[in-house]
Design a protein around this ligand. Structure first.
Ligand code: UTP
Length: 408
């Protein structure tokens, strides 16, 4: 792209300020900025007008989960099926580690955060230990894909290398970077993070398939005949990954995706609830649940919308629809965005000052035909770290780790 073309593109979207300091940049900086302008999709910025407006939703209906009692009954059978798939290399794990973890308030990648008390226990370490424990009976190490972003890739790779991947064989791990989206102020003007650089942020966790393909890793998937991918969040330090029983149950149910779910603590608990929407699997947010839905009961007399998702899904790759592969609807989220002000000073805001644009994995679920919600014991498998203190925090996760006999 030439300077003139870049200028024209910016004018089209009302973003001419991006070139304010162009003349003072070095040649290399000029080139980088033009490339960034070329690669940035500014059309997403018009979505800020949808912020806070409820998206039109379809007709909701309950979706029954496979509950603990049934899983317990068929455990050995499911284990056998799941372990066979693992031994045949048909299932891989995919760690979503591209997020910024802003709520935790550390600049380093979230996985490098130390939750230990008497010894270092890093979030990444917990994930790899969880994985190693689950697949310990397996003859081969499953593939582990790790999604990072431009912002945290180098720090993530360096950290894991330094810690020798916490015992996971390096040759079974593949990193890839997700795409970025511009971040803007309340008026839809993109922020600059430097004189020659537009402020961008990772474009959400639903871009994993597209970015995997962009990185050429679809070749690995095809070569190794991987059919199932267990996508999981970095911050749940207790979850079981590539759990053979979960794999077996999902394979036997012959669904497009298996979703680990936990029984909700209360009908109005602030978690996404798994359900059907217009006959397809979906996730309804807690604020979208009507009074009537909260009170509805199933044939057992339990709440009909009783299970919350924990961002641990087993996707059947051949069934990912084209739309699910490309990413899904865009969410406009309000966040704290570090930026360079009019005076050219770098500002780290104390409160939310603009918008970021993200695609979410939960929207991918609605693009699929069928889903098996699979219940897990909350106290054993759900300890997300979003904040430093309070709900879903380092504190609450430490408590849960202790309860599960994990020495910190
Ligand atoms: P969260 O929604 O909790 O976002 O991510 P976050 O960025 O980690 O934290 P906050 O909201 O800024 O405090 C859930 C999971 O999705 C991953 C995260 O790394 C985490 O594992 N994620 C999120 C990505 O991989 N990419 C993204 O763009 C966003």
């Amino acid at each position: 792209m030439t300077f003139e073309e870049a200028k024209k593109k910016l004018e089209q979207y009302g973003q001419e300020h991006v070139l304010k300091y162009y003349d003072s940049l070095t040649d290399a900086e000029k080139e980088n900025l033009i490339t960034q302008i070329d690669e940035t999709d500014f059309s997403v910025l018009s979505n800020i007008s949808t912020f806070g407006k409820a998206e039109g939703r379809g007709q909701f209906a309950p979706l029954a989960a496979m509950e603990l009692s049934e899983i317990e009954e068929k455990k050995d059978h499911f284990y056998e099926i799941g372990m066979k798939a693992l031994e045949e290399g048909k299932a891989a794990a995919l760690l979503l580690a591209g997020g910024m973890g802003t709520r935790l308030g550390s600049d380093a990648p979230k996985g490098t955060y130390d939750i230990g008390i008497t010894r270092p226990v890093y979030i990444f370490q917990r994930q790899i230990e969880n994985l190693l424990e689950v697949v310990s009976g397996c003859k081969q190490y499953p593939r582990l894909f790790i999604m990072t972003s431009e912002k945290n890739n180098d720090a993530t790779v360096a950290f894991l290398t330094e810690h020798e991947f916490f015992g996971y064989p390096k040759e079974r791990i593949a990193f890839f970077k997700q795409d970025m989206a511009p971040a803007c102020d309340d008026n839809g003007k993109v922020y600059m993070e430097e004189k020659g650089r537009i402020a961008t942020s990772p474009n959400g966790n639903a871009g994993w398939y597209q970015s995997l393909v962009k990185a050429g890793l679809d070749k690995v998937i095809a070569d190794e005949k991987i059919e199932w991918i267990n996508v999981f969040a970095v911050d749940n330090v207790l979850q079981r990954i590539l759990d053979p029983v979960f794999i077996g149950a999902t394979l036997e149910a012959a669904v497009s995706v298996g979703a680990k779910v936990v029984r909700k603590a209360a009908p109005d608990e602030k978690v996404g609830t798994i359900c059907l929407e217009d006959g397809k699997p979906s996730i309804v947010e807690y604020y979208e649940l009507s009074e009537e839905m909260m009170n509805e009961k199933n044939e057992k007399g339990d709440p009909a919308y009783n299970f919350g998702v924990i961002l641990n899904y087993l996707f059947h790759l051949p069934e990912l629809t084209e739309f699910a592969q490309k990413g899904t609807m865009l969410h406009v989220v309000r966040k704290k965005i570090p930026y360079m002000n009019e005076q050219g000073e770098f500002i780290k805001p104390e409160s939310e000052n603009g918008f970021k644009f993200e695609q979410l994995v939960l929207d991918m679920i609605h693009q699929l035909t069928s889903c098996l919600p699979y219940e897990v014991v909350r106290e054993r498998e759900f300890a997300p770290i979003k904040n430093k203190t309070g709900i879903d925090s380092v504190e609450s996760a430490r408590e849960l780790c202790k309860k599960n006999g994990i020495e910190l």
